[in-house]
Design a protein around this ligand. Structure first.
Ligand code: 5GP
Ligand code: MG
Length: 178
């Protein structure tokens, strides 16, 4: 079994690149059908979603726009449970159809905060597309319309996700070996 070391932790392959990319295509196709002719605005949550967002965009079949925001809330391998402000949104979303692109939903607090913040601007709708969801970690109820993979409560890196800054460049998703 291929393992890798990042800082003090050892990781093993969890979902291979091929499987990730074919699932991402399926999500993009579903979005392309649901939003055909509506020119939605994608809002990708940095940093973790940058690769996922890029791959989603490449398979979207209609004219669309993307913005990047940052919600700083996470340090190291434990979710802090505190979220700060939304940075970087310099476009009015009033009346727009918005699709949030997130890497992973854990407690759900980050996405819940972002949703509440964006709803103040009165968009027509907000949908959520997350590569990963940890259903057993959720602390708030969130409707996620597009989910890549539902996973257990293990810490993951790769395909954009980091462990203390490293690992984002890995092509596969890796899970920590406890
Ligand atoms: P939440 O607010 O839902 O608890 O956490 C969401 C954020 O925590 C994600 O956007 C991500 O940045 C980070 N996060 C949660 N679980 C993991 C994980 O397993 N691996 C990594 N690298 N980040 C995670
Ligand atoms: Mg994130």
């Amino acid at each position: 079994m291929d393992t890798i070391q990042i800082h003090d932790k050892t990781f093993e392959i969890f979902i291979e690149e091929d499987q990730i990319l074919s699932r991402v295509k399926e999500l993009a196709q579903a979005i392309s059908i649901d939003f055909a002719g509506t020119q939605p605005l994608f809002i990708a949550v940095l940093n973790g979603s940058f690769i996922f967002a890029a791959d989603i965009m490449k398979s979207i079949a209609f004219p669309c726009e993307i913005q990047f925001v940052k919600v700083s809330s996470y340090h190291g391998a434990q979710s802090s449970g505190t979220v700060q402000q939304v940075l970087g949104l310099n476009q009015n979303i009033k009346g727009r159809k918005v699709i949030i692109i997130e890497d992973i939903i854990d407690s759900g607090l980050t996405i819940d905060f972002l949703l509440t913040d964006l709803l103040k601007q009165e968009p027509e709708s907000i949908s959520i597309c997350s590569l990963l969801l940890k259903p057993k970690a959720l602390k708030v109820k969130i409707d996620v319309q597009y989910i890549g993979f539902e996973v257990e409560n293990h810490f993951l890196v790769g395909y954009g996700l980091d462990y203390d800054g490293l690992g984002r460049n890995l092509r596969h998703l890796y899970q920590v070996i406890e």
